[in-house]
Design a protein around this ligand. Structure first.
Ligand code: AMP
Length: 477
């Protein structure tokens, strides 16, 4: 039996199929406990969040979004989210257990790491960060507590996705609250509160982490917070003598206080010091984010807490939206002249603009499709974000939403001249990271439908790459 479960002072509690064990750690928002799957005996870490806190701080939508992203992120150097459960008052994240503990414990015991070992962890960190950025997820709070090790001493970054949570609150509470975490890893522009690029801020933190691994102490430190911030803004790094010139050069370019001039991940990966003994990560499996699960954890209210497990959230399925290739798109537009793929058309009807195969695609459909009530927009956001945003936009417009995989039905409670308005939507994949959303009138008045579509499109403007309304404007100017 695992010693984690044997400790005499622990009375195991069940959460779903898991037996809870000892406390692994505690963060601002959550407790993390070891747990064991009762059938398989597999060890996991369960992160327990308080729902009341989440509701009180208006974080429900943000958490839903973050969870759906976490469900998508599967990488050998990122702690995996296996499943989510909820009770009336708590949310439980069942996570991959990082049995090697925190990376920085190794510095505590060894004082500092040899350059080769530090490089290995830095390479794994950059791989994890690069992967998450490519999925639109920024950590924003990379720090020692979030760097864990598995049993084979591979780096596992935790809290990717959930990290925006404490960050968000701290921003509301003001800067001094950062003292409850550690401000030493934060980029100067984050301290400046000017709004910042999450990717650049994460890269800065990676630079600080690399310095600490090799030096055994922080590059910017001061007991007085104002002096500390001044040091961070100046980015005046003093290297200890054992740093090689390659490491110095790389860290100096990462710790550039100007985010625009700071090294990017592709540049870091091309650096000669970085490339030494570099092993690219193994192929990554991907899950589809199932938002119904995510929504469910917030709607559980009726079952008593004593039952412990109120709702078991299924693992996300490996489903994907239907594929819709560009030529099917073309066939949708009767009379389209294919030369429009390569040169600008006299745009009375339709406009295609292709760059680098399908990656940049603007679509517009013929007006006869509009008359039929079919409208489309494209988005480069992850599919689960598109669906969540559509749901969030339709509800305040007075629509009930029913969802099945990548299709939705929106029903309006109010009855128009020709019955209640009903709208069907479906998300199609056009190219990697490019989706087309089809919005069709399924019932009700056409004028009302077009009015709805205008409001709907306006609400979706943050995720829409291009749509008929924009093209209408382009055509009329
Ligand atoms: P967090 O709230 O994520 O910062 O977690 C608090 C502490 O719990 C961390 O600093 C770790 O020591 C521990 N912890 C969190 N997640 C895991 C995990 N997946 N495996 C092992 N320990 C963890």
């Amino acid at each position: 039996m695992n010693k984690d479960m044997d400790s005499p002072e622990i009375r195991p509690t069940r959460i779903g199929h898991y037996e809870l064990g000892r406390l692994l750690g505690e963060g601002t928002f959550a407790k993390v406990k070891f747990a064991k799957h009762m059938k398989s005996g597999k060890g996991v870490a369960i992160k327990i969040l308080d729902k009341e806190k989440i509701f009180k701080d208006n974080l429900v939508d943000q958490i839903k979004r973050e969870i759906s992203v976490m469900k998508l992120v599967k990488h050998p150097n990122v702690v995996e989210l296996f499943e989510i459960m909820a009770s009336k008052s708590k949310i439980y994240f069942v996570l991959e257990y990082a049995s090697g503990g925190e990376l920085f414990n190794r510095i505590a015991t060894k004082k500092r790491l040899k350059e080769a070992e530090a490089r290995k962890y830095f390479q794994q960190l950059i791989n994890a960060v690069e992967f998450c950025h490519s999925r639109g997820v920024y950590h924003r709070d990379l720090k020692p507590e979030n760097l864990l090790l598995d049993s084979e001493l591979n780096l596992k970054v935790s809290d990717f996705g959930l990290s925006a949570l404490p960050q968000h609150l701290r921003q509301e509470d003001g800067l001094l609250h950062t003292t409850c975490g550690t401000p030493n890893y934060v980029a100067p522009e984050v301290i400046g509160h000017k709004g910042y690029d999450g990717a650049k801020a994460d890269i800065w933190s990676c630079g600080v982490i690399l310095f600490v691994l090799m030096a055994g102490y922080l590059p910017f430190d001061d007991s007085n917070l104002m002096y500390l911030y001044r040091k961070i803004h100046r980015a005046d790094v003093r290297f200890p003598p054992w740093f090689s010139s390659g490491a110095r050069k790389l860290i100096t370019k990462i710790l550039n206080p100007n985010p625009k001039l700071r090294m990017t991940i592709p540049q870091i990966k091309q650096d000669a010091w970085f490339q030494r003994d570099y092993k690219p990560p193994k192929a990554v499996e991907e899950n589809g984010g199932n938002l119904e699960d995510v929504n469910a954890i917030f709607t559980i209210t009726s079952i008593s807490e004593e039952e412990h497990l109120i709702s078991k959230i299924k693992d996300s399925k490996t489903s994907k939206p239907a594929f819709f290739n560009a030529f099917e798109l073309i066939s949708l537009s009767k009379g389209l002249n294919l030369s429009g793929l390569f040169e600008k058309q006299p745009v009375d009807k339709c406009l295609y603009d292709f760059h680098s195969s399908f990656s940049l695609l603007k679509i517009c459909f013929l007006s006869d499709q509009k008359i039929k009530g079919e409208l489309h927009f494209t988005s480069k956001h992850p599919v689960h974000e598109i669906i969540l945003k559509m749901e969030e936009t339709a509800k305040p417009l007075g629509f009930d939403v029913q969802r099945q995989d990548y299709k939705m039905r929106l029903h309006c409670a109010e009855t128009g001249d020709t019955g209640p308005l009903s709208v069907a939507t479906e998300v199609f994949e056009v190219a990697p990271s490019l989706y087309m959303v089809e919005v069709k009138k399924a019932g009700g008045d056409s004028l009302e439908y077009h009015r709805f579509y205008r409001n709907f499109a306006r609400g979706l403007k943050d995720i829409v790459w291009t749509n008929e309304l924009e093209l209408d404007n382009e055509l009329s100017t």
